[in-house]
Design a protein around this ligand. Structure first.
Ligand code: EPZ
Length: 412
């Protein structure tokens, strides 16, 4: 299904942010470690559906109703994931830590996910080996065996997935694990809060040093997933590109400070209240200057494409430096066809906006797809966007959500 977007219609109204994809996915993997889990505020995304299918194939009983999911892991009896859904997404790698934590064994395909570069798992493997687990990769399958034991683990890079995997393996390991140079993304703290509700003993969640005292058993729990900071940031960028003024409910201010700062440099007015944010677009979009993606709390790589789309709708030159992934400029050729002047040199893109005109566009990854919608909202005329299945991986109904605040988007 393609999106047909008519540009230059300002947005006005209120949007509410749902649960975070990158929090619920590791939490779902961790749900095999204890008793019955009742999750609330779960987003309805294709990546979540894939993950629920993985849980069912492991033998868990899973029930869903709207944004609530109940998982009973008791009947689960397998540490093997077949290709199927596990090969579809990056987050399936979190099952490596959870399966090792539960069985001391795991077999699963190398993870899939958006093509943003090589996306190796060397940091995960190094950490598990330091915890006494044998891990090998052969024929595209990851084989792991050994009961993890508490130890000191240092990550050479604060990888989000590797941090989550060490924590998932350590919560029921014998001994104390001290993880240094851990990722500090808010989704890590959400995973730790979930595991603590199950009885895990975790100190320093969300900081660069996390200490986990292994416990023999974890119980079930009820937990509500944090709001999706990247969905909120995407809405903010859409409002700036299209023009108008929107309110966004259910946001956590510290999660959005870096994005708000960049958009204010584009001329937007952004105000936070205790539960939400208000975004007023500038009459003319200015350049934010140089924006560098960094680990949290720096500017999030998952909002880099969306900001580039905003910059392409402006008239001034700005610079984007992508420091996290090797290949996350896939939307550049599409924006050029819309009339933007963009020059790339390695991780740096110099973006000079122009009066963008609508045209046929093709999404090639999740956040790039959302960015093309944003560019189309700020362009003259009509755009047709294909590859929208990518967008469905991380947004419940981006077109419908934006249409509810005045965007002219239809489906074909
Ligand atoms: C998570 O991916 C998110 N995905 C990504 O969101 C997000 O962009 C990323 O963290 C960074 O914030 C989920 O949570 C499901 P990393 P992850 O391990 O865990 C390199 C989205 O759009 N690296 O922090 O894969 C890696 O290649 C997605 O929602 C190694 O070299 O990210 C990358 O360049 C996209 N070796 C960098 O580190 C490793 O062993 C960051 O990767 C692991 C990672």
């Amino acid at each position: 299904m393609d999106y047909i977007v008519s540009g230059k219609y300002p947005l006005n109204g209120k949007l509410r942010v749902y649960g975070a994809k990158n929090a619920v996915l590791p939490i779902l993997a961790g749900s095999i470690l204890g008793g019955v889990v009742f999750l609330k505020n779960c987003p309805r995304l294709s990546d979540v559906s894939y993950t629920l299918e993985i849980l069912r194939r492991l033998g868990c009983r899973v029930a869903e109703s709207g944004d609530e999911i109940i998982i009973n892991p008791a009947p689960a009896n397998s540490w093997r994931l077949d290709a199927g859904p596990a090969g579809e997404m990056r987050s399936s790698v979190n099952f490596l830590g959870a399966l090792i934590g539960r069985y001391g064994r795991a077999e699963l395909p190398m993870p899939g996910g958006c093509r943003l570069g090589s996306r190796p798992i060397d940091l995960h493997i190094k950490a598990f080996r330091e915890m006494g687990v044998e891990v090998d990769v052969s024929g595209g399958i990851i084989y792991a065996e050994g009961q993890p034991r508490g130890t000191d683990v240092h990550l050479d890079f604060p990888s989000v997935g590797a941090t989550e995997n060490v924590i998932l393996a350590a919560v029921t390991a014998k001994g104390i694990t001290t993880l240094s140079n851990a990722a500090r993304e808010p989704e890590i703290a959400d995973l730790c809060n979930f595991l603590s509700a199950m009885g895990a003993r975790i100190h320093g969640a969300g900081t660069a040093t996390v200490r986990i005292e292994g416990v023999p058993f974890l119980r079930g729990c009820e937990y509500s997933v944090m709001p999706d900071r990247i969905v909120a940031a995407t809405y903010m960028c859409a409002a700036v590109a299209a023009g108008g003024e929107i309110e966004i409910e259910n946001v956590i201010r510290p999660h959005l400070e870096a994005v708000a700062d960049a958009l204010r440099r584009c001329g937007a007015e952004i105000y936070f209240s205790s539960y939400g944010a208000a975004v007023r677009a500038p009459r003319v979009i200015h350049s934010p200057g140089i924006v560098r993606t960094e680990v949290y709390p720096g500017f999030p790589t998952d909002c880099q494409s969306q900001l580039m789309a905003v910059m392409a709708c402006g008239r001034e030159s700005g610079v984007v430096v992508e420091n996290i992934f090797e290949s996350r400029f896939k939307i550049v050729p599409e924006l050029r066809r819309m009339g933007a002047e963009i020059r790339c040199q390695g991780p740096t893109a110099i973006v000079r906006g122009g009066s963008l005109h609508g045209c046929e566009l093709k999404a090639e990854d999740l956040r790039g797809g959302a960015a093309l919608v944003i560019a189309a909202l700020g362009a003259e005329g009509e755009s047709r966007i294909s590859g929208t299945d990518y967008i469905a991986r991380g947004y419940q109904d981006l077109a419908g959500e934006l249409r509810s605040v005045g965007a002219r988007i239809s489906f074909q």
